[in-house]
Design a protein around this ligand. Structure first.
Ligand code: SF4
Ligand code: SF4
Length: 384
């Protein structure tokens, strides 16, 4: 099998702590705030764990500073903070009065809860989303009790009718209070949509909520410490880092031994479903699990070429939609036409782009259309 498609977790190596590695140099973190309003100003001193951005509608998760420091810049889509001092924000309250309050507590602590439903079947996805993106292995094996703490809180908030942890076949992972469902460790079987189908036998059933194992750990850690989680696990090449949210991708690539040259691509996530960043100063978000560095000579290469109508992307699409037609309409700005081709069913695996012999940026066109359509208020399910 092409190693790019293997989801069997790799052997655990040592963890590199970015704060310790860079202890002599003040870290500058860059926190992406797209869709949120800044709560801080340039020059303001902030504490670690302080809320620095939130949305105006009470739906998206708030963002917090992962360091004690001074705000260097506030732009439309990010806040830049230079590390200074050791101020820590006040502890959070976690009332268990009712379900709504419990979920609000999580959102205010930086956990995205929009997709979590009352009385659902709750699925914890512990399958690597892409090859080698397996940092949560460390969390499951070393911090099982913290994850159970998170699960207990979630169960109280959601009262799910069933709870299952999906794991890659061959791993001996368990989580008290969950049944175990083994998943064939081959891409794209670890993506949420595929895991839900494997566990329930249904495609995108409305009564299911799914979160990944790293998010469950963040919930447990947040409840346990009464603080938003500042540091996350990020895999860069073969190295697993513990890094503050907002650590710039250029620093992580350098610490992992990569020299990034012009025209190389640095991707948040894996090479198939990740998204390339346009600057090495881009910071990791709370949900970033990996950074991939692709040299300019690596496959798959994207070209600005026309669709030749071969149908390869349609054959390979696990959502059984027509990526060729969606990408063609999106390419010419006909975004609403993509609705007729069920664009909302695309779960962004990237296989269409990988297999396209014309090397078209099929997934990128799909993402462009989703982004444009999500600006229309009626299209809620595209705003994920
Ligand atoms: S990214 Fe492409 S192959 Fe994957 S689900 Fe979407 S349209 Fe199908
Ligand atoms: S694989 Fe590429 S060239 Fe072939 S139909 Fe799909 S988009 Fe067109």
């Amino acid at each position: 099998m092409n190693p790019l498609f293997s989801l069997t977790p790799t052997e655990r190596g040592p963890i590199v702590n970015v704060r310790e590695q860079e202890s002599n140099i003040p870290l500058t973190i860059s926190i992406e705030t797209t869709g949120l309003s800044s709560l801080v100003e340039i020059g303001q001193q902030v504490a670690r764990g302080q809320r620095i951005a939130a949305d105006n509608y009470g739906t998206q998760a708030a963002l917090h500073s992962s360091v004690s420091g001074t705000v260097l810049d506030v732009k439309t889509n990010f806040i830049l903070i230079k590390t200074e001092g050791d101020r820590i924000a006040d502890l959070l309250e976690f009332s268990t009065a009712d379900s709504r309050t419990m979920l609000d507590n999580l959102r205010n602590a930086g956990i995205n809860v929009q997709h979590l439903k009352q009385g659902c079947t709750l699925i914890i996805n512990a399958v690597p989303p892409e090859s080698g993106i397996d940092g949560h292995r460390f969390l499951i094996e070393e911090f099982n009790s913290i994850m159970i703490e998170g699960l207990t809180y979630l169960k109280d908030a959601l009262t799910p009718i069933a709870c299952t942890i999906a794991i890659p076949k061959g791993m001996n992972w368990t989580l008290a209070g969950c049944t175990v469902h083994e998943i064939n460790p081959v891409y794209p079987e670890g993506l949420n949509a595929m895991v839900v189908k494997a566990v329930t036998g249904k495609e995108m059933p409305p009564e299911v909520s799914v979160i990944d194992a790293a998010t469950l750990y963040r919930i447990g850690r947040t409840i346990h410490g009464k603080q938003p989680v500042s540091d996350i696990m990020v895999k860069v090449g073969a190295t697993l880092f513990q890094a503050p949210v907002g650590t710039q991708v250029g620093l992580l690539a350098r610490l992992a031994g990569f020299t990034v040259s012009q025209h190389d691509r640095v991707i948040l996530g894996g090479p198939l479903s990740g998204e390339a960043v346009y600057t090495l100063r881009h910071g990791i978000s709370p949900s970033t699990q990996a950074i991939t560095v692709l040299s300019s000579g690596s496959e798959p290469t994207i070209k600005d070429s026309p669709c030749v109508g071969c149908g390869e992307c349609v054959i390979k699409c696990p959502a059984r939609i027509m990526p060729n037609m969606i990408s063609r309409h999106s390419e010419f700005g006909l975004f609403e036409n993509t609705l007729a081709y069920n664009i909302a069913s695309c779960f962004e695996c990237g296989l269409c782009t990988y297999w396209c012999p014309a090397q078209r940026p099929v997934l990128q066109y799909i993402r462009l259309a989703k982004k444009e359509l999500s600006k229309q208020p009626i299209l809620e399910d595209l705003r994920k």
